[in-house]
Design a protein around this ligand. Structure first.
Ligand SMILES: [Zn+2]
Length: 101
């Protein structure tokens, strides 16, 4: 596919609904890999909290410690982002951001 074809296909991008937190779009005639790339770009822009460090005292499961820690890190944690300062928008120079008081 050439870039010109992609530009032409993008004209079939319709915004179904949009508000401050959510957008629904309809793509037509766009190759799956471009739609997936768009999805990934959108997901990268959404801050998501997750477990970063896991200390395991005793593991009696069938999973090894690393597998258990990895799976815990994949769980997205529901967070009120209105009460959180992202690191790029905060003056305190924290790497992980901080809570708004
Ligand atoms: Zn801060």
């Amino acid at each position: 596919m050439h870039f010109g074809d992609f530009q032409q296909d993008l004209s079939s991008l319709d915004v179904i609904s949009k508000d401050s937190e959510k957008i629904a779009i309809k793509l037509k005639g766009v190759p799956l890999q471009y739609a997936n790339a768009l999805r990934r770009v959108c997901l990268n822009g959404v801050p998501v909290f997750a477990i970063d460090t896991v200390d395991i005292i005793q593991n009696t499961s069938v999973l090894p410690d690393e597998g258990l820690a990895h799976r815990l890190g994949l769980i997205p944690l529901k967070t009120d982002l209105k009460r959180f300062n992202e690191p790029s928008k905060c003056d305190c120079q924290s790497e992980s951001g901080c809570y708004k008081l």
